[in-house]
Design a protein around this ligand. Structure first.
Ligand code: A3P
Ligand code: MG
Ligand code: MG
Length: 380
């Protein structure tokens, strides 16, 4: 049974007579048995092309080509001249997922769904990336988040709102940071081919508008989830298991030279890598380790199912059960608080490190995110 830590923020009645319910993010509160997490099932996919246009198919799927154990990939190559960067000031919200839902209603209609009740038979619709942020919240010490929630026809839609701090960081990135963001995509180009029987083409353009996204359905405790996440590539073997088991997540990381650096990878980076891939059921992460000049000098595969064992020897380390129980309790909190079923009402959940999760309510505000075309389609 999920425990709700909806306390009165510790304020005395004189100080704060109308305190809002809140949810604690303290790790100790979530150290209980691992909650039920059903094997994620891929219910569909979509692609975003070089101009960020939506296609209800897998045209942007790429195929993993195992590199040499000791590669020599220059991640700086093409930064000046063969790089088309996605405009990250465009707020896409849930629009691509909603387009997918509209195009695939029939796949989602349960036996209980009749012509008169057109509701989706899921409790939550969101991006995988938003769920990754929830999973890592009990261990996050630097960056807070804002999550807008709207209840519409019984389903809770969760869409992230950029915090002021995140916008400031985005506006003030150093040239070095801008270039390093390119490195991760360049690594993908060195290790991915467009067809199962072709080779990677590092002479091409890196265009970060392009994406292949999986849409999965699963259940966390008593929460039925539908979410989408970008997938880097898949196993090119036609006999590989069905999606999402054939998918491969690619990562780059600084070269490891000392035991302390290895320990830091386990304690901080593997938390993010695990959370991101565990959610959609992606079984492995292939990491390329790079030196300070951006040259990948070694490779390592991390199996998601083995990460919890890998980290057990680390002092004061993160625990998968804390991540999943916090996420489950957050969803119970949202279900209880976001009660008005109205596509133009937003419950804005907000969190800053060392604080509890709180929320505020907004009607017909700048925060409303369900587009009219979606509301119309789903009510007709
Ligand atoms: P790395 O993961 O190798 O750092 P993803 O790994 O999720 O597929 O993302 C691909 C690349 O996008 C990342 O490569 C990184 O270069 C860039 N990227 C992803 N999230 C980012 C973020 N929050 N800030 C900056 N760059 C990011
Ligand atoms: Mg990716
Ligand atoms: Mg990746």
């Amino acid at each position: 049974k999920p425990n709700h830590h909806q306390h009165q923020s510790g304020a005395t009645p004189e100080q704060k007579p109308l305190s809002c319910p809140s949810l604690s993010t303290r790790r100790e509160l979530y150290e209980r048995d691992f909650p039920l997490y059903k094997q994620p099932v891929e219910v569909g996919c979509f692609s975003l092309d070089a101009e960020r246009r939506f296609f209800n198919d897998s045209r942007q799927m790429r195929y993993f080509v195992e590199p040499d154990r000791n590669p020599n990939f220059d991640l700086r190559d093409g930064y000046k001249g063969r790089y088309v960067k996605r405009d990250d000031s465009v707020r896409e919200k849930l629009d691509h997922i909603l387009r997918w839902i509209v195009a695939n209603r029939s796949k989602l209609d349960s036996s209980a769904t009749t012509a008169s009740s057109r509701a989706l038979d899921v409790d939550f619709v969101t991006w995988r990336g938003h769920l990754t942020k929830l999973l890592t919240t009990p261990y996050e010490t630097r960056e807070g988040w804002l999550l807008a929630v709207t209840r519409f026809s019984g389903t809770l839609y969760i869409s992230e709102v950029e915090t002021e701090a995140a916008q400031r960081e985005r506006d003030n990135r150093t040239e070095r940071h801008e270039e390093m963001m390119y490195w991760g995509y360049k690594f993908e180009q060195y290790t991915c081919a467009d067809n199962p029987d072709s080779l990677p083409d590092p002479s091409g353009v890196v265009n970060t508008n392009e994406a292949f996204c999986t849409v999965v359905q699963t259940r966390l405790a008593d929460h039925r989830l539908l979410f989408s996440g970008e997938v880097d590539c898949r196993d090119k073997d036609p006999d590989a298991p069905a999606p999402p088991a054939c998918y491969v997540e690619l990562k780059t990381s600084a070269e490891i030279c000392t035991p302390k650096q290895r320990s830091n990878l386990h304690r901080f980076k593997l938390l993010k890598w695990w959370a991101q891939s565990f959610l959609p059921g992606v079984p492995r992460v292939v990491a390329g380790f790079r030196d300070h000049e951006g040259v990948v000098v070694s490779m390592e595969t991390f199996h998601i199912s083995k990460i919890s064992h890998l980290i057990k020897n680390e002092y004061n380390c993160w625990k998968p059960t804390v991540c999943m129980n916090f996420c489950s309790d957050f969803m119970s909190f949202v279900k209880h608080m976001a009660t008005e079923d109205n596509p133009s009402v937003v419950y804005l959940f907000s969190w800053e490190p060392r604080r509890d999760v709180t929320f505020s309510i907004h009607r017909d505000s700048q925060y409303s995110f369900l587009p009219h075309w979606y509301v119309k389609e789903m009510t007709s």
